[in-house]
Design a protein around this ligand. Structure first.
Ligand SMILES: [Zn+2]
Length: 418
């Protein structure tokens, strides 16, 4: 495949991108690639060719944290009354909605969420699969089915996620069963349990047994003393899992003093524990009545302290995130406003937090628009890379594994021109 006249982060003046076997094989000056692709020393491949007319082409966005199994529950939520924008209320209202939603609806909503991700330029996602014996449906199998159907468009990893805690034998058994059933990552949610340390011990031991990463929901309080980062760091070190642990939300960081925040970042950087901010949920649910906290993990300061970061979607159109729309570029845009990040360096940081950062967390590297990197790309409706995160433009096309998996189409009939 050949993409002509693309503006990339490395070549903002324009270039042609040649893709072979899902990898960027050559980058040349705009308009100089041979007609039909020619031969870049990789064999003749001149089959598909598209001229994007000077539009911006970025690495595709990657969602390091999304819930497909409770996407688009707002229509049900409206039936059960007003939305109370707090974490306990959101957990309770989704739990109350579960019996009203059939497995078929959950699967259809998950498919719709994956479609929305594809249409906004996302080619990989780590999905949190709620593991709860009370749900009464096999969520792992449901996700495996939906992910398999979409595999040509998006790579999906599954996290076994104990939203309701690990306080019972049944819950711990269900989490173990989910890993045996093929989940890729052990999830955790220690703040919902009376004994967060025991919760973390179980999660890390299970991950070590299966040789998988750990991905935690962590630190949703506005009280700095409630932070569990120290407990997570101790277990990461004890289990030899540096580089294999990520923590999502962590809004407590925003409430810490600068010194405490720095100590937390140093700990995360030292053990390569990745930080995933989830601004669309966190702005809605957290930080109420706490001027200055702004309730989104300060990813900019984290990056500058050497921490790997991502900005994820978390929830899509449900009581955790009524405004969630699966658009990672818009999540970066929101983070830029909340964190007041406007400089060129800040904008580059925000873009990395929805592209290369989450790709590294999912182990999908190298991810970019240079030779040798995976050809997972998004074509944006703008012609200046510096505006990509400022305007959060529409994704005109999504490329996954070197193939076009989404393009915008004109829904209106064209008038006759003759
Ligand atoms: Zn989540």
């Amino acid at each position: 495949m050949l993409i002509r006249n693309a503006r990339t982060l490395q070549r903002p003046e324009g270039c042609d991108l040649a893709i072979v076997d899902g990898v960027i094989a050559a980058v040349t000056d705009a308009g100089t690639a041979p007609i039909g692709g020619g031969d870049f020393g990789m064999g003749d491949f001149g089959v598909d060719e598209v001229d994007v007319g000077g539009k911006v082409v970025l690495p595709a966005t990657v969602d390091a944290h999304v819930h497909l199994d409770k996407a688009y529950l707002m229509s049900h939520a409206d039936l059960v009354g007003a939305i109370d924008p707090t974490l306990p209320a959101a957990i309770a209202s989704v739990a109350a909605l579960r019996p009203l939603v059939t497995a078929q609806e959950v699967a259809d909503n998950a498919r719709r969420a994956l479609d929305a991700l594809t249409r906004s330029g996302t080619t990989a996602a780590r999905a949190q699969v709620e593991i709860d014996p009370a749900i009464g449906m096999d969520m792992v199998a449901l996700h495996q089915q939906v992910a398999d159907e979409a595999r040509d468009r998006i790579d999906v990893q599954l996290v076994a996620f104990p939203q309701c805690g690990l306080g019972s034998v049944a819950m711990r058994a269900a989490l173990s069963d989910a890993m045996r059933a093929g989940a890729d990552v052990v999830g955790g949610c220690p703040y919902v349990d009376e004994d967060p340390a025991a919760h973390l011990d179980f999660v890390f031991s299970l991950a070590e047994r299966h040789g998988t990463p750990v991905d935690l929901h962590l630190d949703f309080a506005d009280e700095p003393a409630a932070s569990l980062i120290g407990l997570v760091a101790a277990r990461t070190r004890a289990h030899g899992m540096a580089g294999a642990v990520s923590i999502g939300h962590v809004t407590t960081l925003a409430a810490m003093s600068p010194d405490d925040q720095q100590r937390a970042f140093d700990l995360l950087a030292c053990l390569d524990i990745a930080l995933i901010a989830l601004p669309v949920t966190d702005m809605f649910l957290a930080g109420h009545g706490e001027p200055g906290h702004r309730s989104v993990a300060p990813v900019d300061r984290a990056v500058r302290s050497g921490v790997r970061v991502a900005i994820g979607n978390n929830n899509i159109g449900n009581p955790f995130a009524p405004f969630g729309n699966a658009n990672l570029l818009q999540a970066a845009w929101l983070t830029g406003i909340v964190r007041r990040l406007g400089s060129a360096a800040d904008r580059a940081l925000l873009l990395a937090a929805v592209t290369s950062g989450p790709a590294s967390i999912l182990g999908l590297t190298p991810h970019g628009t240079s030779v040798g990197e995976r050809a997972d790309l998004v074509v944006l409706d703008c012609d200046d890379v510096s505006t990509a995160v400022l305007q959060a433009p529409v994704a005109l096309a999504t490329v996954h594994g070197g193939g076009i998996v989404h393009t915008v189409s004109n829904p209106f009939r064209q008038p006759a021109t003759t």
